[in-house]
Design a protein around this ligand. Sequence first.
Ligand SMILES: Nc1ncnc2c1ncn2[C@@H]1O[C@H](COP(=O)(O)OP(=O)(O)OP(=O)(O)O)[C@@H](O)[C@H]1O
Length: 363
Amino acid sequence: MAKITLSNLAHSYVPQPKGPQDFALKEMDHVWEDGASYALLGSSGCGKTTLLNIISGLLRPSQGRVLFGDRDVTDAPTAERNIAQVFQFPVVYDTMTVRDNLAFPLRNRGMDADYIRQRVQAIAQMIGMEAVLDRKARGLTADAKQKISLGRGMVRQDVNAILFDEPLTVIDPHMKWELRTQLKSLHREFNHTMIYVTHDQTEALTFAEKVVVMYDGRVVQIGTAQELFETPAHTFVGYFIGSPGMNLLDARIEGNVAHIEGSVVPLGAGYGPVSGRTQIGIRPEFVRLSASEGLPVKLRRVEDVGRHKIVRAEFFGREINIIADEGAEIGADMTRVTFRPERISVYADDWRVAPAGQLGEAA
Ligand SMILES: Nc1ncnc2c1ncn2[C@@H]1O[C@H](COP(=O)(O)OP(=O)(O)OP(=O)(O)O)[C@@H](O)[C@H]1O
């Protein structure tokens, strides 16, 4: 296992990049802790696979270094990095049995036969394939083959890291949840450094201790589920995490209030001068509908999603989302909204501004 350091790292697929727009990965410096589980989360094209391929050695970065522990592996091929990888689609040997597929990485390293038998059994149990250990992989469903790939990725205990690139894409929804839970308990047991690429927030938030949110070639925040929910460092995190995401409203900030369309909204903290495009961010969970207090809204529709209601409304020509209790009565007289002041974040040009006297967030 190893700590992974990304130092001054950047990548462009263009041979002679002319500016930041030509970089699939913009310059970044991060240290990923030994033994932690990370999910790389972001929408399609934001650079997740590029970053994963640089860590695995499939791609050489056009700038910067990658270190595993103290060793600079930037120029080391994948085979020398001592990592296990699981890809989106199954990579299995069709002519081998399930057992031999699972044992392959261990046999390759000359492990003791007893240990291999024991370990294969434990992994087969984890992926629910004990009953088919002696069947050939050929003829198994894509779903089953992907479970073998996952098992093979996890069979070695001596790897520096296990890298997963959207590994549950072909797995059926019910099994997805089960495998994710298994991966999590495996992580707790063996403490491998795990990096898991996904564009699914539920997958990221349930699997990983730390979620690395990427946007447009940058890591915009690394945090726990709670940190991403409570203090999104970038408007993309606010919008992408949560269902629905954070409401972002143009505002002018003055000390401990925001001015929106001529109305004053109290903030939970004071701010120094804020320049650039200024917005306040408030999650739908912390917006309250009222008949008498707050700023005007026009109700559009109410969606009952079981645990609560999502109210879609119009706020000065823009959509605003409100989460109300399941039992809440939402009458036509509910034409105003208030915001919980201590739950409001302030953003300047998409980055969170720390209240006066507090240190800024580090991505
Ligand atoms: N081999 C390549 N040559 C040129 N451009 C590439 C190559 N691979 C990726 N890109 C570009 O780099 C950017 C980042 O792509 P990347 O595949 O890393 O994103 P991603 O977040 O993994 O997306 P997805 O979730 O769709 O896999 C995209 O603009 C993509 O078009």
